[in-house]
Design a protein around this ligand. Structure first.
Ligand code: TNX
Length: 550
């Protein structure tokens, strides 16, 4: 029998219809108010992104974290102590329980212990870790400090999403379950990165830290900061102080005005970002884009222009029109000063010199310039990275070419000994998801979530030398992203997809399986307050906290 609903004849009827309109359902009257299909039971193992190289679940077993739990550090290194404190934090957030903290000399409990430490003798691969969860307890061992951190991150994703929220008060302890499993894991690539363009729109220290947090949650280890472009110069250079004081006042759609706030990092703030990232095993890669994308410098210091006349500040989004004067000595003095100051603040091995989209220079002058800049960077102890245009120059053996143009010369790229791959039609986080996306660009492609996932970095440069591909990097260009909410919307979930591409063996990745694990991230990301895009292709889990409904 079917039931039809006519106009309500009573106040009760009105209330009933209002209740239906609010989305309530009636399990025993599905025709009146059908309930959404129940979510299939989830196992916490499905919460792991990136997927570990080896995962052996024991479906019916779990370790229950209860009031007796102890955390045992098997060595006295700072790394292990730090990791133990991180696990204690997870335990507290999941259960409200303060774990007993034990060291290598304390008698080891035979049950209810989370035991962790470094195993430097192991011959496992770099940054590998081994995690065993059984009914008796948890054991985590790693070959390197980063490996230990990745093991803790896996444990974090095996715990309930409540661990992401630091304001939960427990009136009594609530034991939490960690599913039994053996994970033996190591990354596919050494370079798993993202880029944030802080020039087109500026993002302050707290925003960058939030970005680092999103990387660390997915075991990514490089943050490339695009620190200077036509619209603004974002890092203090003490020997050229006007770069930020004058060249850091504007951004896209905001022409600089005297007295406006400086949109740039002081050297202390940059150092703080470097430290925050390092504590999460993320290396900062600074970029000063040269010789093009230099209008912020050219409008600030007249002498960097061939005609000695400062250009006008620029708040648009076109590219390719600016070029620093490659024929003047002062240009190389300027570059030397900038590289020296930034290199001194940057413990990481890399300096990115841009090199893209120069429409104002001939091929020969361009190559000569790149070769000269390369030497300056080497003299300051750093390894140069450049966008794929630099492949046309004579490169030093260590220089890294970052592939971004889908139509870049495959022969030149194949000849490059070190490659980072960021194909714009797959890996650019600023591409729109579909035609309805209201922010983002579409010059390379629309990049829906399945397209962002289904590609192989090793296959992007046919004929590349074996081992040449160091890894993947996903850039977020910020022409259209004004706030961190905008950034998060374009970045998530595609950042998590890039993380898995960089971490998980290619043969283990399939979209149909991945989309389920991706959907499992919704409660965690919601607890973290991340404004992620609810792609309709993904079965997002309902979240225990507010967020836009799936
Ligand atoms: C191309 S990618 C650029 C950037 C733009 C980006 C927008 C690259 C090396 N150059 O200057 O911001 O496209 O997607």
């Amino acid at each position: 029998m079917t039931t039809t609903i006519g106009a309500p004849r009573s106040a009760a009827g009105v209330l009933f219809l209002g209740w239906l309109a609010l989305g309530a359902c009636m399990p025993d009257r599905p025709v009146v108010a059908p309930c959404p299909a129940p979510e299939p039971p989830a196992t916490a193992l499905e919460g792991l992104v990136p997927l570990p190289a080896l995962l052996e679940p024991r479906p019916s077993e779990a370790f229950v974290i209860g009031t007796n739990v102890a955390i045992v550090a098997t060595d006295t290194s700072d790394t292990t102590r730090f990791a133990a404190a991180e696990i204690a934090k997870l335990v507290r957030r999941a259960t409200g329980i303060d774990a007993r903290m034990l060291g290598p000399r304390d008698p080891a409990p035979s049950t209810d212990a989370i035991v962790l430490g470094l195993d430097r003798e192991s011959r496992a691969r770099d940054d590998a870790y081994d995690l065993v969860v059984s009914t008796k307890g948890i054991a985590l061992r790693a070959t390197t400090p980063a490996g230990l951190f990745y093991g803790v991150t896996t444990l974090r994703q095996l715990m309930p999403p409540a661990v992401e929220h630091d304001a939960i008060v427990f009136t009594k302890p609530v034991p939490a379950k960690v599913p039994a499993v053996h994970v033996a894991d190591a990354p596919r690539y050494a370079w798993r990165g993202a880029m944030l363009d802080v020039s087109r729109h500026f993002f302050g220290v707290d925003d960058v830290k939030r970005f680092v947090d999103m990387l660390a949650l997915h075991k990514m280890n490089r943050l490339h900061l695009h620190l200077a472009d036509d619209q603004g110069w974002r890092i203090e250079i003490k020997s050229w102080p006007e770069l930020t004081k004058k060249g850091g006042l504007g951004q896209v759609a905001l022409l600089p005005k005297e007295g406006a706030p400086v949109l740039a990092y002081t050297q202390e703030q940059y150092a703080e970002i470097v430290r925050y990232a390092a504590a999460r095993f993320v290396t900062i890669v600074p970029e000063i884009d040269l010789p093009g994308h230099t209008n912020a410098a050219l409008s600030t210091y007249a002498e960097l222009n061939c005609d000695g006349v400062a250009t006008k500040p620029f708040a648009g989004t076109e590219t390719g029109f600016s070029a620093i004067c490659v024929d003047k000595d002062v240009t190389y003095k300027f570059i030397d000063d900038v590289v020296r100051e930034i290199a001194a603040l940057t413990p990481g091995a890399y300096f990115h010199a841009g090199g893209d989209e120069v429409k104002k220079l001939g091929a020969e002058a361009y190559a000569k310039f790149i070769e000269r800049v390369q030497k300056i960077i080497a003299a300051h102890g750093k390894r140069m990275i450049g966008w794929d245009e630099i492949a046309a120059a004579k490169l030093l053996p260590e220089t890294i070419v970052q592939h971004w143009r889908p139509d870049a010369s495959k022969e030149l790229l194949a000849a490059s000994p070190h490659l980072l791959v960021s194909p714009a039609d797959r890996a650019y986080l600023d591409m729109k998801y579909d035609p309805t996306t209201i922010i983002g660009l579409d010059w390379a492609a629309l990049v829906p979530v399945q397209r962002a996932y289904e590609w192989d970095p090793d296959a992007t440069v046919p004929g590349a030398r074996p081992g040449a591909v160091l890894g993947v990097e996903a850039p977020l260009w910020s022409e259209t992203t004004v706030t961190m909410r905008d950034v998060e919307y374009l970045v998530m979930p595609r950042l998590a997809e890039i993380a898995e591409i960089g971490w998980t063996p290619q043969a283990k990745r399939t979209w149909s399986e991945f989309r389920v694990r991706l959907g499992m991230q919704a409660p965690r990301w919601t607890a973290l307050g991340i404004n992620f895009y609810r792609a309709p292709e993904v079965p997002w889990r309902r979240s225990p906290m507010n967020g836009s409904p799936p």
